[in-house]
Design a binder for this molecule. Structure first.
Ligand SMILES: *Cc1c(COP(=O)(O)O)cnc(C)c1O
Length: 349
């Protein structure tokens, strides 16, 4: 049967998200969700949203939320953009800055959504190879040859780059946008938000999905020069004027206002990560130093595929890629202490 897809749609290779399997006995360590719920103040703020607020359209520019975020980051509201998850922000940013007939550079091992957007928009990609130790060689990006995007810390390696190395790149790279994807900000890497006032071509994106326990809400933030933010607004308002709904705006404000809860949750995840690393090392895994809420671990004997399937049968979900340089490794999200104990028990079995 003929389908009615355009040529572009026919040749897409869409992104495949981690499996959302549910069940009482499932230990879900495969999509880097936060094991703890959002702040009680977030739940109260969502419950307090009125029928009138749902009957009406939300504020299209999310001014109240952006004002709270601007204050939190020490920026002006004109330097803040919010979107329906940071994936949406990436999609808008690629269209706004990278469909310029230049190449887009990103690491060969990194967030697998970047090549998908390139495919969708027809952007030519050039990858920069990680070193044998999986480190991102920032000096290997070619300044001004085209845009640059990378996650910091990188995914799935969890390794963070130094702020000074990124600042050095920005000094050399002035003609194109550098997009730093800080999806895992808060878990140990230093943020480059402090560089936003110095470099008009730096866009930093962050998400509420990981450190702020709101993956189900879909909320992302971008911070940058007002001109970059205006570019995102122009694309947003040519696509969907209301990407952030009333519930997400209320939840986002409440989350930022409860910094004590945020820090407590992060500290707990970091402590559990420390114990997980030592538990994995005792069992013969090699673990890269993590600045994220997951660890990247090389299986003993390189048997990651086999361990992945056995864990899956035991109801412990982790992430595995059957690809060169990744196929001996597992990416394991940090859950609660109890969930990590169940991982260790399953590994021992
Ligand atoms: C999780 C993740 C995102 C997407 O986050 P959402 O806000 O949930 O869309 C973007 N980039 C990286 C590197 C991620 O790991």
């Amino acid at each position: 049967m003929t389908n009615y897809w355009t040529e572009t749609v026919s040749r897409l290779t869409p992104y495949v998200p981690g499996e959302q399997r549910s069940g009482a006995d499932i230990v879900k360590l495969n999509t880097n969700e936060n094991p703890y719920p959002p702040s009680p103040r977030v739940m109260e703020a969502i419950a307090a949203v009125s029928g009138d607020q749902l009957r009406r359209y939300p504020d299209p520019e999310s001014v109240a939320l952006r004002t709270v975020l601007a204050e939190y980051h020490g920026l002006d509201v004109s330097q803040v953009f919010v979107g329906n998850g940071s994936d949406e922000i990436l999609a808008l940013a690629f269209l706004a800055y990278f469909t310029n007939h230049k190449v887009l550079q990103f690491p060969d091992i990194s967030y697998s959504f970047y090549p998908v957007y390139c495919d969708l928009y027809g952007i030519e990609a050039r990858t920069v190879a990680l070193t044998d130790d999986y480190v991102l060689p920032i000096e290997s990006f070619e300044p001004n040859a085209g845009g640059i995007v990378f996650p910091n810390p990188n995914a799935p390696t969890a390794l963070a780059a130094e702020e000074s190395a990124i600042a050095g790149l920005l000094v050399r790279h002035t003609e194109q946008v550098l997009l730093v994807d800080e999806a895992y900000a808060g878990f140990g890497a230093s943020s480059v938000v402090g560089l936003v006032n110095r470099f008009p071509n730096l866009l930093v994106s962050q998400t509420y999905s990981k450190s702020r326990s709101l993956a189900g809400m879909r909320l992302g933030v971008a911070l940058g020069h007002p001109t970059l933010i205006e570019g995102l607004q122009r694309v947003k308002n040519s696509f969907n004027s209301y990407p952030v709904d009333a519930l997400a705006q209320a939840a986002g404000i409440a989350s930022i206002q409860d910094d004590t809860y945020y820090r407590k949750t992060i500290d707990q995840v970091i402590e559990t990560r420390r114990q997980t690393v030592s538990g994995l090392q005792k069992r013969g895994f090699e673990v890269l130093p993590s600045s994220a809420n997951f660890v990247f671990a090389k299986a003993p004997g390189g048997e990651a595929g086999k361990i992945f399937s056995e864990l899956d049968k035991a109801g412990v979900l982790v992430r595995y890629w059957d690809k060169p340089r990744l196929n001996e490794w597992l990416r394991i999200s940090i859950g609660t202490d109890d969930e990590m104990m169940r991982l260790m028990t399953a590994l021992d079995a």
